[in-house]
Design a protein around this ligand. Structure first.
Ligand code: 1HS
Length: 237
């Protein structure tokens, strides 16, 4: 999803800073986006490391001459387990990436955004709105991101910074989608999961990217503090 969001933003004329902890994925994304004629710079970063986040954002904000218009907090991981069989280390890792990473990157971006306004799109999930079996840490982290989004929205809208979050349903053609669904979409587990989607299919990265671009655009000027579901009706049930 992050790559597709970056690609669409770049094609709309955005100058990009892309961040990833996976060096190979980052290199591939940089090469592909650059080949598309997009102005992009890449930064290898673990968003759970406060010092590294501050250092990286200082560098990228300097690269953009002190200006930062849009932050998309897309870094996220999933884990499986109910509360009674989730190891605390696994719990901490999911919270660190999904929630604390969002906090740390936003903390580093906001001072630059205050200068001329901006917008932040966090990544919640349907898992932050409804319970998903066997995904305790993931649901908790995403519900917290939704809560943090609403809190940030009320803190910063008066300073010209609009904050919203995207709440995707299952997006099959992603690393996380494959992690959750496995490789066989025709198996009973995947069919049961699909039955939760009134639209009758899972979503695509392109559909998430379209929603992110809308929220980042002036067309969404009155959208503030929203948990913007892109889920094929899954949470409408
Ligand atoms: C990307 C998204 O946050 C995944 S949540 C999947 C929920 S479900 O389809 O497994 O019920």
């Amino acid at each position: 999803m992050g790559f597709e969001i970056a690609r669409r933003m770049g094609l709309e004329g955005a100058c990009l800073a892309i961040i990833d902890i996976d060096e190979a994925a980052l290199s591939n994304a940089l090469q592909t986006l650059s080949a598309d004629g997009i102005d992009v710079k890449s930064y290898h970063l673990d968003v759970t490391n406060p010092e590294e986040v501050a250092k990286t954002f200082a560098l990228l904000i300097e690269h953009f001459s002190g200006k930062l218009d849009i932050l998309v907090n897309n870094a996220g991981i999933a884990d499986f387990g109910s509360v009674d069989n989730t190891e605390s280390a696994a719990w901490d890792k999911v919270i660190a990436v999904n929630l604390t990473g969002t906090y740390l990157c936003s903390k580093s971006a906001i001072p630059a955004m205050k200068k001329a306004g901006g917008t932040i799109i966090n990544f919640g999930s349907v898992a932050g709105l409804v319970g998903i079996p066997n995904m305790a840490a993931y649901c908790a982290s995403k519900a917290a991101v939704i809560g943090l989004t609403k809190q940030m929205a009320v803190d910063y809208i008066s300073q010209g910074i609009r904050v919203n979050c995207i709440c995707p349903g299952m997006i099959a053609d992603t690393d996380m989608g494959r992690q959750i669904l496995g490789t066989d979409l025709s198996d009973e587990a995947s069919k049961k999961r699909l039955s939760k989607y009134p639209i009758g299919r899972f979503g695509t990265p392109e559909e998430i990217a379209s929603a992110v671009l809308f929220l980042a655009s002036d067309e969404a000027g009155f959208v503030c503090g929203s948990a913007f579901t892109v889920d094929g009706g899954m949470t409408a049930l």
